[in-house]
Design a protein around this ligand. Sequence first.
Ligand code: AMP
Length: 422
Amino acid sequence: MAEKLKAMRGTHDILPEEAAVWRRIEDRFVTLCGRYGFSEIRIPIFEATELFERGTGFATDVVQKEMYTFPDKKGRSLSLRPEATPSVIRAYLEHNLARRAKVAKFFYMGPMFRYDRPGAGRYRQFHQLGIEIVGTASPAADAEAVKLLWDYLSSIGLTGLKIRLNTLGGPDCRVKYSGVVKDFLKDNLDRLCSDCHDRFERNPLRVLDCKNKGCRAVIAETPEIASILCPECVEHFERVERYLEAAKIDFYVDPKLVRGLDYYTRTVFEVIHESAGEDLALGGGGRYDQLVKEVGGPDTPAVGFSLGLERVVLALKEEGSADVAGGGPDVYIAPAGEGAWEAAFELAGRLRECFRVWMEFEPRKLENQLRTASRMGARYTAIVGEDEIRQGVIGLKNMESGEQTTVGSGDVVTWLSRKLGG
Ligand code: AMP
């Protein structure tokens, strides 16, 4: 036998049982986004590398260390998308979507790729769903993004959620704060880890995100942004807070929240699930008022978030809410005898217009088929035997009560509809 091949490290299969959970939570996202007035956008899996260098940010870890970048046959540098936001904005500009409405609201879902160190809830191909609101600087848009995130996670059954909120200030405040942080860190470099030395050079604000214990002590002493924020940024943040309070969202302000991507300005947020004694970041986002310009468009404010689906499923499992009820077929069709197969096949076709139907491919004894139907959780078994065919009827067995009835073949859809509510 040839050697078995395995999925690549950092990728994973979503097997049928779990895929049903994914389907449920993806469908829920689509429905909720519709209610909030978001339209779906589907963007390519790969793009010109330059898009992410400009959009995600040349100095970020994502672009510097984690992108799957390769030349195509013509030597152009392409990258698998590590996130969706730059592509959504590229599409927005390329198709001039600003022409249609002042504010555009998109949602997306799909795989993202980062050459990360695989671990619990950390993959190289992972899946995100997210939204972008493009064309408004209003704090109400920041609040709507957080509210949708909150509603969505609550509606799929998660509890134990908290929103971490902060502001990084507008471009001017951010640059000023970055300078303050850099000055402070310069005097404390000997207490920082080697990664943070690197961050100090490339983007000092990223040091605030380090999980290293020694670094955390330095971070705790670092001046907070509140000390340098301009009145407009203060006002914007206070309005976001007031909206979230009005919506009764469980949030707290964490003055050291910076997030991993460089494009955020003003509001940033993260949603945390407290699972198994540890805080798990399910997703996050913020305002990115400079990105559209970076990608070659006019000055256009925007805000968005993305959620990691692997982490959401992990949190659902932690809470024991990852079960999908009713996975079995509505009707299991059991052909009994050689001459019953065509009639059973025809019946399956008719029933599949309304119900979930399972039918075997190989002849098996009726009793074995009934056992399988029961194990699969089928609600009814339709017995199609040669005698039944001659009489123009179907035997229907209720798998829960064991009760069996004979119904005319032409009436079977109506009969089952009444019983199953289909
Ligand atoms: P980001 O796009 O970096 O803001 O991340 C948003 C969310 O995507 C995170 O909170 C995670 O839930 C998820 N995520 C990011 N990177 C990974 C990864 N390597 N594996 C699994 N999920 C990820």
